[in-house]
Design a protein. Structure first.
Length: 494
């Protein structure tokens, strides 16, 4: 129940309870101190009266002379209506008594010796409403017969008990009042202290899809909430960026789908305008098939990216010889490169723990892009480098126009093209480099690009290296070596 209450209520309740406990502790300490002071004052008074009676009896030689001191004994209790005095002989007979109050023998047996100065008293409670502080002491009489008498004093503590009861009553009132006041004050203080949080909440409520550029003002935010506000602003920035990418992705996707669909519709409509020969229908169907294959590749690439984003791609990890895989991909593209007047060169060694098919796909995408943008007579280089003991890098570089600096951060975005034209003559749909990045993320690596305009562009795949002595796991199935037909079936080129 309390866990679902508001922070203001919980803090107010906490402060109120803490205040009541603190006031109760202080009140208990003061109460005990007052009680002790009353007891000490009563004890000092009784001890003083004992010494006074001893002085009165110092000149008395026998028990028979004690009653003659009645007037002196009466002076001892004058002005003290709550004080009772009795002088008893050794047999317990009263030689003098200021009242009919009789102390129990148990208390009288605790009387101190005549040569001892008393320092403590006893409490006696004859009834629930009565309580006395008592003191008994022996006095030796000035006689040769070694006679002595017993002095018994009792002080009624009714007045002190009344004062203590009144103090307890006022203490309870003070505790209740203090608790209520502390709860009220803490409620106001907490509400005032949480105003920045309410302002943050109000700002957050105003943020919508079309107002993602708004941010929380952290200049006047308390230090305790500044980290929260900063994290919230960072989250808004990520959401804004994601929405922007999603909007761009949706626009690009619609554009990419519209082109082949328009081609299909246009060619089909033209074919249906009049009766045509079988050869003409064949050409239309072949053209439509090419557009359908393009759509199928696009959908397959998008499905792969979606599965990779949600970690739904199962890696068949094994120890992969990178040089061997580079040679295979280069051999596959050799004929296409010769037709383009481009030479492919492979170099380097290295092994990584990776999915062989996905490594081939990533290198294939980079190599096809490199061949496409290399001028005739140029050379595309593929080589591996051990950056350190933990990383192996596959580099794919080609001469050519390069990539402008402002595009380097976005070349791996989906459907992103440096060339703004979107004619069908361009190969691919702008998903190849996005697939490369997803493949590297799946392997715990990364991809980077460096470009010098009109000179050379280099893409780098950074793989975690395989520790020495680690080979293919026995429980991993080894995929067969890909042939040219397998490359086409798997859609390894973007």
């Amino acid at each position: 129940m309390l866990e679902r209450a508001s922070i203001t209520f919980r803090l107010s309740l906490l402060f109120a309870v803490a205040s009541v406990l603190m006031l109760a502790g202080i009140g208990a300490y003061l109460y005990r101190s007052l009680e002790y002071r009353f007891a000490q004052r009563d004890t000092d008074e009784l001890v003083g009266k004992v010494e006074l009676v001893r002085y009165i009896l110092s000149g008395t030689s026998s028990r028979q002379d004690v009653p003659s001191r009645r007037q002196d004994f009466a002076h001892v209790v004058v002005g003290h209506p709550s004080l009772y005095l009795a002088v008893l002989d050794e047999d317990g007979e009263a030689l003098f008594a200021s009242s009919r109050l009789r102390l129990p023998e148990a208390l009288l047996r605790k009387a101190v010796d005549a040569s001892t100065t008393p320092t403590s008293t006893e409490l006696w409670q004859p009834s629930p409403d009565q309580r006395y502080r008592t003191l008994a002491a022996w006095v030796d009489l000035a006689s040769e017969s070694n006679q002595r008498v017993l002095i018994a004093l009792a002080l009624d503590t009714a007045e002190q008990r009344a004062l203590l009861a009144s103090y307890r009553h006022h203490l309870v009132i003070a505790l209740l009042s203090g608790g209520v006041l502390a709860a009220l004050m803490s409620f106001l203080v907490v509400r005032h202290g949480l105003r920045p949080l309410r302002r943050m909440a109000a700002t957050a409520y105003q943020i919508s899809v079309d107002r993602l550029s708004e941010r929380l003002n952290i200049e006047h935010v308390p230090a305790e909430l500044k980290q929260l506000a900063t994290a919230f602003n960072a989250m808004l920035a990520r959401i804004e960026d994601s929405f922007g990418r999603l909007a761009g992705f949706s626009s690009d996707l619609a554009h990419e789908l519209r082109t082949p669909i328009n081609n299909l519709m246009g060619q089909t409509q033209v074919a249906l305008t009049r009766t045509r020969s079988a050869e003409e229908y064949r050409r239309v169907l072949e053209s439509n098939l090419e557009e359908c294959e393009r759509l199928a590749r696009m959908i397959a690439d998008m499905l792969f990216l979606a599965r990779a984003d949600h970690a739904q791609v199962t890696l068949r990890t094994e120890s992969v010889d990178l040089r061997a895989e580079l040679d295979k991909v280069a051999e596959f593209y050799e004929a296409h490169a010769q037709n383009c007047g481009v030479r492919i060169v492979c170099a380097g060694e290295g092994r990584v723990a990776a999915d062989r098919l996905l490594v081939q796909r990533a290198v294939s995408n980079l190599l096809s892009n490199a061949i496409r943008h290399t001028p005739k007579g140029g050379e595309v280089r593929l080589w591996t480098v051990h950056d350190d003991n933990a990383t192996v890098t596959v580099n794919v570089s080609n001469p050519g126009p390069g990539i402008p600096r402002e595009h380097l951060d976005r070349v791996f975005d989906r459907f992103y093209r440096i060339d703004s034209s979107r004619g069908v003559s361009h190969e691919g749909v702008g998903l190849g480099l996005a697939i490369v990045r997803s493949i590297m993320v799946l392997h715990g690596g990364r991809v980077s690009v460096a470009s010098m305009p009109d000179r050379v562009t280099t893409f780098a795949l950074h793989f975690p290296a395989v520790p020495a002595g680690v080979g293919r796991g026995p429980d991993r199935a080894v995929p067969p070596t890909l042939s040219r037909e397998a490359f086409r079936r798997k859609g390894l080129t973007a």
